[in-house]
Design a protein around this ligand. Structure first.
Ligand code: PGA
Length: 252
């Protein structure tokens, strides 16, 4: 069965409340009722509830940008999977490169977060990707193996079906430098082939692998036409409804 494409907008630490609601409304309206691709928006934590109200009854899913691995307790400033679900989230981004590289999130932390999110029934968008130095030193595949294996080790077959991988080369995020469709395809194929070898075709063949890093309406169609690119995780261009909708259209 062909994999359905997914386009997720990562709003990062952007938007005021009125901007967030207007953006969600415009996306919901533009996507309509029967989109060819799954569409998700990931607003900042305080806007999850108001945005979920706006999205009610629409075809657009709600995601968070991070989560803590513990269910509750003395973890000042953190948010649990249960809270995300009550806020209306179906998805959560975990291991974004900004969290790994700016906020010091380790592979161990990413592993714990992934496991508690899938156990809670959320779909995880796990971000992996190499820095420029790692690419130049030919370490890209080693980085994938470390990040993918460490995050996903120990999942049950059922839990694998709540995992989406986003390949986001760090050198392409917010830089305007998009990976070429061929570079993206090569990376995605490598990841899928390794997962197939370990977990079989049922899991590898149905696993959505998104590309992220300066996706624009101009680059989206070329990227999404690659056989192993199953959509995109979009940062900057997800803040403008017309650009985001054009990217969604390219996935249709
Ligand atoms: P960008 O961000 O599209 O602005 O490069 C992508 C991301 O960080 O998910």
């Amino acid at each position: 069965m062909p994999r359905k494409k997914l386009v997720a907008g990562n709003w990062k630490m952007n938007t005021t409340l009125p901007e967030a609601k207007a953006l969600a409304e415009a996306v919901a309206k533009g996507v309509g009722t029967g989109p060819a691709a799954d569409v998700v928006v990931c607003p900042p934590f305080p806007w999850l509830v108001p945005v979920s109200e706006v999205l009610k009854g629409s075809a657009v899913g709600l995601g968070a940008q991070d989560v803590h691995n513990e269910a509750k307790g003395a973890f000042t400033g953190e948010v649990s999977t249960g809270m995300l679900k009550e806020a209306g989230c179906k998805y959560v981004v975990i291991g974004h490169s900004e969290r790994r590289h700016i906020l010091g999130e380790s592979d161990v932390t990413v592993h714990l977060k992934v496991h508690s999110a899938v156990e809670a029934g959320l779909t995880v968008i796990l971000c992996v990707g190499e820095t420029l130095v790692e690419r130049e030193r030919n370490l890209t595949e080693r980085v994938f193996q470390r990040q993918v294996y460490s995050a996903l080790a120990g999942l049950t077959d059922d839990q694998w079906h709540r995992v989406v991988i986003a390949y986001e080369p760090v050198w392409a995020i917010g830089t305007g430098k998009t990976a070429t469709p061929e570079q993206a395809q090569q990376a995605h194929l490598f990841i899928r082939t390794k997962i197939r070898a370990l977990h079989g075709e049922n899991i590898a063949g149905s696993l959505p692998i998104l590309y992220g890093g300066s996706v624009t309406p101009e680059t989206a169609a070329g990227l999404f036409s690659q056989p192993d690119v199953d959509g995109g995780l979009v940062g900057g261009a997800s803040l403008k409804a017309d650009q985001f909708l054009a990217i969604v259209k390219a996935a249709g």
